[in-house]
Design a protein around this ligand. Sequence first.
Ligand code: GLN
Length: 472
Amino acid sequence: MKKRFSSLSEIRDQVSSAKIALPEIVDYYLSRIQQFNHLNAFLEVYADEARSAAVHIQQKMEQGKAGLLAGMVIAIKDNIVYKGHSSTASSKILKGFESLFSATVIERLLAEDVIIIGRTNCDEFAMGASNENSGFGPVLNAQDETRVPGGSSGGSAVAVQADMCLASLGSDTGGSIRQPAAFTGLYGIYPTYGVVSRWGLIAFASSFDQIGPFTSSVSDMSLLLNIITGVDEHDATMYRKPSLNIQLKKEQKPLRIAYIKDCIEHAGLDPHIKNSTEAFIAELKQKGHQVEGIAFPYLDQMVPCYQVLTTAEASSNLSRFSGLAYGYRSPGAKDLETTFKRSRTEGFGAEVKRRIMLGTFVLSSDYYDAYYTKAQKVRQLIRQKTFDIFKDYDVIVTPTTSTVAFKIGEKSSNPVAMYLADLYTVQANLAGIPALSIPYGTHPENGLPIGMQLMGNSFNEELLLNLANAFV
Ligand code: GLN
């Protein structure tokens, strides 16, 4: 889809040469939001706030006092809290909930003069791969409205895809940024676990969750990561490291790149995506990189392991939504038990309930060792095997997804088919390593975008982005 601006540097050039002023840019995005309202990407638009921020930041730009991200208009996923604004994680159980504080990422972006234009629809509590699990209706893919945009950060993806803002934030627990990025032709990254603060991210599975951006350019991805990363005392699971300092370079040294043969030979992979992956590998070789196929024996164990661990963590994280302190309370609540029972029964959607029950089951004393402990061991094996690969290689390549954006309703009645949409993405979350999805061509039958995934060793975001930049 043709976009008016595809990077912050374009906006900055035009604003500094007085071709356009920031308030006009905000008005442009607001008009796009109105025009594409039916895609259901936004749950709330902060039109007045965005307009007045634009006036203020325009002045700062003219005075040469503006922050590093002045001119950037972004949307945020509805599970990232913003002081004085509603956040619901697209769940009825949090309808009307307003946060008393802002997520660290929000504070850091605002400090650099980002304009937040609204909050975006997603799968309820980020559980899903199609955005069909939202408590507020599905999001439509802007390129083909009969198809899903991917999930769970589908609204954040479509907001950028349909040019309703320049960039957006999503969250990724098992692919929720990369898969919708692939389905909408964008860049999307899962940063190294522990480099982005989770303070203010409504938790799904805490040992997997990370916030990350969606962008139309590698340069904006780098700029945003440089701002949102870096230690935050509010999040004890972070690395004690300063922000990333990603620099995009013109020249690139040859890299050792592995592709996972089991992924490319997997029966579920669309043959055209397989062809694109092979073309991508050929292009990498042609650019002077050493590329080799390797085996990864745990492909079939990854999604089950991910499901056991994330549902276990979710069942614990979501116990706080009880109808007592905040959020939805059932009108039928009469005593403590009916308050919990009815509020949770009525407030949560089907998929969230399914996962809470599964997670409670795998943590129950009779089954703890058989499922939870075992999955922890499998996670350790997957991590180990992944880090072993990085002893010999700099980057691991796979397709991001095994299909292009699928039809609305195609997988929604079959949870197992839906979970398999995460086949290639969960490895990065299980190992905690950075993974970037980049747009790479389109499907010959339907013209839908295809994404390639580049995984790197911990903290190697700069390497991944530079590799991606060579394909721009
Ligand atoms: N699709 C995956 C799931 O349903 C990933 C979700 C996510 O990354 N938040 O769990």
